[in-house]
Design a protein around this ligand. Structure first.
Ligand SMILES: C[C@@](CO)(OP(=O)(O)O)[C@H](O)COP(=O)(O)OP(=O)(O)OC[C@H]1O[C@@H](n2ccc(N)nc2=O)[C@H](O)[C@@H]1O
Ligand SMILES: Nc1ncnc2c1ncn2[C@@H]1O[C@H](COP(=O)(O)OP(=O)(O)O)[C@@H](O)[C@H]1O
Length: 292
């Protein structure tokens, strides 16, 4: 029996600029993080003598249901914070590709915090504080709303709502290593000095949003293509789709996204390339951006 369930949406970095480096070597960044309809699901079932996890779904086989899983790490961190002895059996339906630049693990951790926070009556601000040590992308995933991320992701500023546009995600079926991509970024020249993007009070259409994004970049895209040239092919394929306004990689890759004027335009493009995607073993998802 399911007591509570929630969806853990894919995080998309619409742009990702590296702005500096901390003394510990971590890169400081500036990013507009938004969320797509594509999601994992976390369910809380019956009480148990300790937190435990079952994993199902298309990408479940790539993960262990042990203490390394971010769902259990988040549950235990919140349990310690709340001083609760109230463990449950949890189920993760893993629909998002793993280690793919769309923060699926971070979204799962944040989703677990929201669910247990609801059961145990814990404020969102406390959940965000507990999220931070679990990973740089976990705080933004607690709210699942458009946010500007700075610092290494812990400094969040609410961004204007997304227009009612569409997004097509493609993952070429390879996991890229985030540390390798950051290392290559540094080796290929590192930080680029540039003015910080300025957001308007609101975006009226996808074209309006894309106009601002055209002045930005994902600084990890070139190093990722260097490691995995198939990312370049994914970007070319997205660019060739009718009505695709722009194509870019998210996070440290390898998932890339195309932006479209409407969710239907993105779905039509997904259908258009479905044969090629099936042939190449690509994962695809098309639909709306979460708006706020
Ligand atoms: C690039 C981003 C953008 O949202 O997304 P993903 O690709 O993970 O989705 C994140 O900043 C990913 O942050 P996070 O998920 O914490 O990265 P991790 O895998 O823990 O980092 C692995 C390694 O990459 C390097 N690293 C990571 C983050 C950062 N801001 N600077 C770094 O230099 C460090 O060497 C670190 O040890
Ligand atoms: N529930 C989870 N879902 C995905 N990855 C997880 C999970 N728990 C732990 N991990 C580990 O976290 C790492 C990052 O995963 P993920 O969030 O999918 O990456 P990315 O942010 O690049 O999309 C993976 O290498 C994986 O082994």
């Amino acid at each position: 029996m399911t007591l509570l369930q929630d969806t853990a949406h894919a995080k998309i970095n619409l742009y990702l600029h590296m702005t500096g480096r901390r003394p510990d070597g971590y890169h400081l960044l500036d990013s507009l993080a938004v969320f797509a309809g594509a999601a994992d699901e976390v369910r809380i079932a019956e009480k148990s003598d300790r937190f435990s996890l079952s994993i199902e779904g298309r990408f479940g086989a790539g993960l262990e249901a042990d203490d390394s899983n971010l769902v259990l790490r988040a549950a235990r961190a919140l349990q310690a914070h709340a001083g609760k002895n109230d463990p449950y059996h949890l189920t993760l339906e893993k629909n998002l590709p793993v280690a793919s630049g769309i923060g699926g693990g971070s979204a799962d951790a944040a989703c677990t915090l929201r669910l247990l926070g609801e059961l145990w009556n814990i404020d969102e601000a406390d959940l965000i504080a507990i999220a931070e040590p679990l990973g740089a992308d976990v705080p933004v995933c607690v709210q699942q709303k458009p946010n500007r991320m700075e610092g290494i992701g812990e400094i969040l500023t609410v961004a204007p709502a997304m227009p009612n546009g569409g997004i097509l995600l493609i993952n070429p079926g390879l996991a890229v290593s985030t540390p390798d991509i950051f290392r290559s970024f540094a080796a290929m020249g590192g930080i680029i000095e540039r003015p910080a993007p300025v957001f308007p009070a609101r975006w009226t259409s996808m074209s309006d949003l894309v106009e601002m994004l055209s002045l930005t970049a994902n600084d990890l895209q070139a190093p990722a293509i260097h490691h995995a040239p198939s990312i370049g092919k994914v970007l070319d394929t997205l660019d060739m789709q009718k009505e695709c306004l722009m194509a870019r990689m998210s996070g440290s890759g390898a998932t890339c996204f195309g932006l479209f004027p409407t969710p239907d335009a993105a779905r039509n493009a997904e259908i258009e390339l479905s044969k090629e995607a099936a042939h190449l073993g690509w994962w695809t998802w098309a639909g709306p951006l979460l708006q706020d």
